[in-house]
Design a protein around this ligand. Structure first.
Ligand code: AMP
Length: 273
């Protein structure tokens, strides 16, 4: 496995199909599953490990975001990654901040776009840069970050970026908690509460699909999660493409959640129909 820190050293002279998995590191099985899919679908698998300052607001966890690089490299090697790109911030943003930023409207108007202003501009900008640097044929993203997937798909379509986007299912712990690099911030007590998020998503889906009232199901779970100590940002049924909230179920919908458990912000979602 090649570990590359400079864009100039990355030049991949390859006639092989290239798979790409952008990450911020602190790798877990959710990330590794994307790498395994890249191995299955393409001939050369490249990943990036880059904690992107542009997608963090000043009050967020940029400086304390975990960076266990040695362990990450071992994990990447264990699944057969060919190239790991680990740039310094100055390699990606030589002038501290880029003067050109990518803004993807509409899909960012709600949810994470409101609760994390500027976040998706940072994500879209760095992913576009990484796509240009790596030139992958297929890039792999996790459904766990549902709105992010919509943003990337929209950006690629709007800007005719020649890459196929493959969205992979959320990988969960045995108790249902969606794997996340941020789960390691949870205290043992918070870790015990966290699986209730997925449990409530499943319960709402069961209610709705059994003909139950959408708003009442959402209200019940919002109340239950708040009583467990979770400060909700949102828990909604949305249309998969517009991300608009729905009061009734229809074709192509998902339940989306975001909230804080102690100082840790968690997100999750499941498909409904
Ligand atoms: P991150 O390192 O958090 O920026 O995530 C890098 C990629 O891994 C993104 O495409 C995420 O959606 C994906 N990812 C993170 N957690 C999971 C998970 N539990 N299951 C599947 N994909 C995930």
């Amino acid at each position: 496995m090649r570990v590359v820190r400079k864009i100039s050293e990355l030049q991949i002279h390859s006639n092989s199909s290239i798979g790409f998995v952008p990450t911020m590191g602190a790798l877990h099985d959710g990330h590794l599953q994307l790498m395994r899919r890249s191995k299955e679908e393409t001939e050369l698998s490249v990943i990036s490990i880059f904690v992107n300052p542009l997608q963090f607001a000043p009050n967020e966890d940029y400086s304390r975001y975990p960076r266990p690089l040695e362990n990450d490299l071992q994990l990447a090697e264990s699944v057969g990654v060919d190239v790991v790109f680990v740039p310094e911030v100055s390699e990606i943003y030589p002038n501290s901040e880029p003067s050109t930023k990518i803004c993807v409207p509409d899909v960012t108007d709600r949810w994470e776009g409101v609760h994390r202003p500027g976040h998706f501009d940072g994500v879209a900008t760095v992913v576009a840069k990484l796509f240009h640097i790596v030139s992958p044929n297929i890039a792999f993203f996790g459904r766990k970050d549902f709105q992010q997937c919509m943003v990337i798909e929209r950006m690629v379509r709007d800007l005719n970026i020649p890459v196929q986007i493959s969205i992979e299912p959320t990988v969960r712990e045995a108790d249902g908690l969606a794997m996340s690099s941020r789960n390691r911030y949870l205290s043992p007590e918070e870790r015990n509460v966290a699986p209730r998020i997925y449990q409530n998503l499943l319960k709402i889906r069961e209610n709705i699909c059994g003909g139950g009232n959408v708003e009442n199901s959402l209200l019940d779970s919002r109340k239950a999660l708040s009583e467990s100590g979770i400060i909700l940002d949102y828990l909604e049924l949305v249309d998969n493409f517009s991300l608009a909230p729905l009061k009734q179920n229809s074709e192509g919908t998902s339940l989306i959640f975001a909230g804080k458990l102690g100082s840790t912000r968690l997100i999750d979602n499941i498909a409904v129909s």
